[in-house]
Every structure is written in structure tokens, then in C-alpha cells.
Design a protein around this ligand. Structure first.
Ligand code: ADP
Ligand code: MG
Length: 242
């Protein structure tokens, strides 16, 4: 098995905690206050949907949890360790080892095959010497994830040769190859037809149930949100339980 070399002991609870987070953007002459004191928790093996109207700050919140951006104030904790204020190199490493992210637009690298896209986080993680040590294991893990998501026959396809649903399944496999405990998904079915979207949602539910993967799913679609254990809604910059 690949040595995941975790940054943070994953046994702490809650797995993810957002405390009093505020975030504003400069807008015209003034400031647009998007998050105005958000408190939010995800338990180990929890599955939470975040809903809210377009522009309510769902992506902003997900980006803060995934360390793609930093809050103006407040804190983000992963398994009991504060992570929002870590130095850049540690934040990058944490995103590589502990947090998987999936986006509406897939963000696959067009020149790489499905298999190479899935392997790319591990190429970033390891030094060249380590990569050669881990390569066979890494490849087996990437292939088995792709097979699990029904893409065993698409390993060497480029993204442009795949359907939207297939591209999103590659993106999910890429998010999982480093064995994160937390998956953050931002409107993962937003670009897909109903049947492909249902397949993606089924895959997420199965990962949560069978693997105990913790998931935060952002969606504006109530019927999708209901598949989670718990739904929270962003309204006027704060979180309400639904
Ligand atoms: P949602 O995902 O719920 O649709 P977002 O979190 O993307 O909402 O955006 C919330 C609000 O913040 C929107 O009004 C959006 O235009 C604004 N916004 C998001 N990102 C930026 C940014 N980088 N600079 C300025 N405004 C932004
Ligand atoms: Mg959004």
C-alpha cells in the first residue's frame, strides 16, 4: 500500500470544523460580505450537503475548507488541528494527502490520459526516487479506482475522448488516489445530464457508506442534497440547519 504520510492524525473529531468564518470580497467601491460568521462541522464518515442560492457563498465556503483560499477571520480545523493558518507548503501538502476536491468542470489535464490524470497527485507528492519505489503500487491503485468507477476500458483515453460523466468519474478517482478522509465536491453533477449525474451521486453515496469517506457536497438541487445525512443552507452569509 502507498504510504500516505498524513500531515494530520485523522482520528480526531469532528473531522472538519469551521468556526466563525468570515469572508468578504472587494466589489466596486465597497466590500461584498459573502460569509458572515459560518459555523459548520463534519463528523468522521459524515455526509453533509450544502445548499443555497447561486451567489450565496457555497463555493467560497468549500474553497476555504479545501485550503484554496483563506478566511478573513475565523478558523478551519481538520481532526482537531487548525489548518487555515499553516504555511503555504504545509497547506499544499495537506491538500495532497488529506483532502480530495471535485469541481463542476472536472479540471482534468487535457494532454494526460485518464490513468495519468488519476496518478498526477502522487507524481506531485513523491520525489523522483520515491516515485520509482511507489510507482507499481500507485498504478495499481489508480487502475483499481478507475475500474471501480466503470472506466477499466478507458485507462488510456484522453479527456476529450470521454463523456462528461466519465470525465467526472476520472476526477473523483484523482481526488481519491491519495486516500483522503474528506472529499469536497462543488456541484459535481452540475454539467451532467440526469442519468450521468445519478451515476456520480451513486458513486459518492457508495464511497461514504462502504469506505467511510466523509463528504461535503455543494449543490443547488434539493433532490441531490437529500442523499446526504444532513443538509445545511447558506442564507445571508450564515449556515442554517435544514
Ligand atoms: P455560490 O457558489 O453559492 O454560487 P460563490 O461562493 O461562488 O457562490 O460566490 C459568492 C459571491 O461572492 C458571489 O456574489 C460572487 O460573485 C462573489 N465572489 C466569489 N468569488 C469572488 C472573487 N474572487 N472576487 C470577488 N467576488 C467574488
Ligand atoms: Mg458555486
Amino acid at each position: 500500500m502507498i504510504d500516505t504520510n498524513r500531515e494530520i492524525d485523522p482520528s480526531g473529531t469532528p473531522l472538519l470544523q469551521v468556526r466563525s468564518v468570515r469572508k468578504a470580497y472587494r466589489s466596486g467601491g465597497g466590500m461584498l460580505e459573502v460569509l458572515r460568521g459560518v459555523d459548520f462541522e463534519v463528523e468522521p464518515a459524515g455526509f453533509v450537503s450544502v445548499i443555497g442560492q447561486s451567489g450565496s457563498g457555497k463555493s467560497t465556503l468549500l474553497h476555504l475548507m479545501g485550503l484554496l483560499d483563506a478566511p478573513d477571520s475565523g478558523e478551519v480545523h481538520l481532526a482537531g488541528t487548525r489548518i487555515d493558518n499553516l504555511p503555504t507548503a504545509r497547506r499544499d501538502r495537506l491538500r495532497n494527502t488529506d483532502i480530495g476536491m471535485v469541481f463542476q468542470a472536472y479540471h482534468l489535464l487535457p494532454e494526460l490520459s485518464a490513468l495519468e490524470n488519476v496518478l498526477s497527485p502522487l507524481l506531485v507528492r513523491f520525489s523522483i526516487a520515491d516515485w520509482f519505489r511507489h510507482k507499481a503500487d500507485a498504478r495499481r491503485r489508480a487502475e483499481s479506482l478507475l475500474e471501480r468507477f466503470g472506466l477499466g476500458g478507458r485507462l488510456h483515453h484522453k479527456p476529450r475522448q470521454l463523456s462528461g460523466g466519465e470525465m467526472q468519474r476520472v476526477a473523483i478517482a484523482r481526488a481519491l488516489v491519495g486516500q483522503p478522509r474528506l472529499l469536497l465536491a462543488d456541484e459535481p453533477t452540475g454539467n451532467l445530464d440526469e442519468a450521468s449525474g445519478a451515476g456520480i451521486l451513486e458513486a459518492l453515496c457508495e464511497l461514504n457508506r462502504s469506505d467511510g469517506l466523509s463528504i461535503v457536497l455543494v449543490t443547488h438541487d434539493q433532490s441531490i442534497a437529500r442523499r446526504a445525512d444532513r443538509i445545511v443552507r447558506l442564507v445571508a452569509g450564515r449556515v442554517e440547519n435544514v
